[in-house]
Ligand binder design. Structure first.
Ligand code: 1DF
Ligand code: MN
Length: 353
């Protein structure tokens, strides 16, 4: 993995590099995160650890990451140029507005969508964006998604995983799925720190963040959506998850075997018969991106079990701004047409770019 980082990566001749999980942060939302860290009003240790770090830690990583993530202009474009990225799909970073009361969250979601749309309007060939919504208020989230798609030209929604400890498997949130399916846009489920009920063993060991806690929380979230039957109710709904599917593709045989076994034996009220197998939902209703996981063996495995058209490139800027990973993905042992699909045309199709 120790590829040397070139000073500057040239544009590719035969494909655009579209990076599909690139984070930004609205200053007003950041200020409110800091207030929540200071007051400890949420009583959410993973949130406080994460935003306490980016807000107050003096290390080079936290300071430069914060500077980059707040910038939707020249600094970001310069970083994209240096790393050979043609287009960033902008997602407001975690936990979005999911830590605020519903009226505040709805107002901030709308303001952030206006800002993201403005960045896209200024640089339509470099940026596209997903809408931030407040899933804690599903009717409002559905309306904001519709406004963001139809009026602002955003390409779907980002939901920053758990909603104060609850998951989208709960039918009270399904208005968001209904809106996305009706608008024919995907929902990107991006990780967040594990909720307090899950966080303790992770935090104590320093493992709650992007190293692994995010993947455990978000992989669990996706699995709960699948086993809830949400895709039987919304068969056209498409969910995008990063970090190579948060591990679920590697669990396919066990997910299918054990889900069928537990349903047959009626062990759990919550595990109902589904129309398809767990892995069929992964192949038909889920797209995965390579954010943070641009490592050839893992990417090739995921392509082999999900199909080339289900795997999309992402960098995870600015959290994992590693130009050497672009070099590694350029060298994937796949055909030119497949590489173009991976970097460009899959994203154009899924997000209607
Ligand atoms: C981190 C990484 C934080 C990612 C993120 O959102 C995030 C991190 C707050 O390293 O602290 O989205 N990431 O996806 O790699
Ligand atoms: Mn990310």
């Amino acid at each position: 993995m120790a590829t040397e980082t070139p000073a500057r990566i040239a544009k590719a001749a035969s494909y655009k590099r579209i990076a599909t999980e690139e984070a930004w942060l609205m200053q007003d939302i950041f200020d409110r995160y800091l207030k929540l860290v200071e007051t400890r009003a949420l009583n959410d240790p993973a949130f406080e650890s994460l935003w306490g770090y980016y807000g107050k830690n003096p290390s080079e990583r936290s300071v430069t990451t914060l500077k980059r993530i707040l910038d939707l202009g020249a600094g970001r474009l310069a970083d994209m140029d240096a790393s050979g990225i043609d287009v960033q799909l902008l997602l407001h970073t975690a936990p979005g507005v999911q830590v605020f009361d519903a009226p505040t969250a709805n107002g901030l979601a709308a303001a952030s969508n206006d800002m993201a749309a403005d960045a896209v309007r200024k640089h339509p060939d470099r940026f596209a964006g997903l809408a931030l919504v407040a899933p804690q208020d599903p009717p409002a989230a559905g309306k904001e998604l519709e406004r963001a798609v139809k009026k602002l030209g955003l390409k779907g929604a980002v939901i920053n995983s758990h909603i104060r400890g609850e998951f989208l498997n709960d039918q009270k949130f399904w208005g968001v799925f209904e809106a996305a399916e009706a608008l024919d846009v995907p929902i990107y489920i991006h990780p967040s720190g594990p909720p307090p009920e899950m966080a303790k063993p992770f935090i104590e060991r320093g493992l709650d963040g992007a190293i692994y806690g995010f993947a455990v929380e978000c992989g669990l979230h996706l699995l709960t959506i699948i086993t809830s039957g949400a895709f039987d109710r919304f068969p056209k709904l498409q969910i995008v998850v990063g970090h190579l599917g948060e591990g679920l593709p590697f669990w396919i045989p066990r997910l299918d075997y054990m889900h069928a076994a537990q349903v047959r034996s009626k062990r759990y009220e919550a595990l109902k018969p589904l129309k398809r197998t767990v892995s069929e939902y992964l192949r038909e209703n889920v797209y995965i991106t390579t954010s943070g996981m641009n490592w050839e063996p893992a990417v090739m495995y995921c392509r082999s079990v999900l199909g080339n058209d289900r795997v999309l490139y992402a960098m995870d800027y600015p959290y994992q701004f590693e130009p050497s990973e672009v070099v590694a993905m350029d060298a994937l042992p796949v055909s030119d047409a497949e590489k173009k699909a991976f970097y460009q045309t899959n994203a154009e199709k899924v997000f209607k770019l």
